[in-house]
Design a protein around this ligand. Structure first.
Ligand SMILES: [Mg+2]
Length: 233
């Protein structure tokens, strides 16, 4: 193996914790802490509503712009707050500040530092270039990666094989000397396999059953154990 391709959100960059932190900042900055009792309750309500609206978005029922504001509008209305302007401030503020949050999964920098001595490291991420680069730069991991491919670059999201093939050619890599590490079994692992790349499923919260995939880890540090094994195959 020569090339390791990493997913970014929920694999290196801790999306859930960073999102929570961004909301906490807005909750205080916009004075919601004075109107509502706890951030925890607000956050739980938001997460439920956000998940339902993402489902609608995935089925083409609502647009991204609607999703961004409505998730806050609906959350506020459970507290009987009817304020379109506050919902818009939350919606805009969230999109603006969340990429600047910097929490990574445990051992991310240590593992990348070791791996870059033996492998070329790259990123394949679904998302907008501007946003994903802010995350990479601010969390201090941009320099580990040679090639950074965002789905916006080619207009195709993982699991489409096109994005993996494009990444291989940009990295001048062969599929049989490459590995993809990601947290989403369908998107990252099945997607990579469609382009002939072996996958490592990163599952820190045990979302998947044990044995879902041949190569499965719950902490990035396990890459050191799994790679020699994969190299032998
Ligand atoms: Mg991910």
């Amino acid at each position: 193996m020569k090339h390791l391709f990493f997913d970014l959100d929920r694999t290196l960059w801790d999306f859930e914790r960073n999102s929570e932190n961004a909301l906490k900042i807005l909750f205080h900055d916009l004075g919601l802490d004075k109107q509502l009792r706890s951030f925890q309750g607000f956050h739980e309500t938001y997460k439920d509503i956000n998940a339902k609206l993402w489902f609608d978005y995935g089925r083409g029922k609502i647009t991204k712009d609607v999703l961004r504001v409505k998730r806050f509008q609906d959350t506020l209305s459970t507290y009987k707050i009817d304020s379109p302007s506050l919902a818009k401030c939350l919606g805009d503020g969230y999109v603006e500040i969340s990429p600047y949050q910097t929490r990574l999964f445990p051992n991310t920098k240590e593992v990348l530092t070791e791996l870059q001595k033996e492998y070329e490291l790259h990123i394949i991420t679904n998302g907008f270039k501007e946003v994903q680069f802010i995350k990479l730069e601010n969390s201090g991991i941009r320099n580990f990666f040679n090639v950074v491919i965002c789905s916006e670059d080619i207009g195709k999201n993982k699991p489409a094989p096109d994005i993996f093939q494009y990444a291989l050619s940009e990295a001048r890599a062969n599929s049989n000397e490459s590995i993809m590490i990601g947290d989403d079994y369908q998107v990252d692992i099945i997607g990579a396999e469609g382009a002939g790349i072996k996958g490592v499923l990163f599952d820190p919260n045990e979302k998947y059953d044990e044995g879902t995939h041949e190569f499965q880890i719950s902490d990035l540090i396990e890459m050191h154990d799994i790679l020699p094994w994969m190299n032998k195959e």
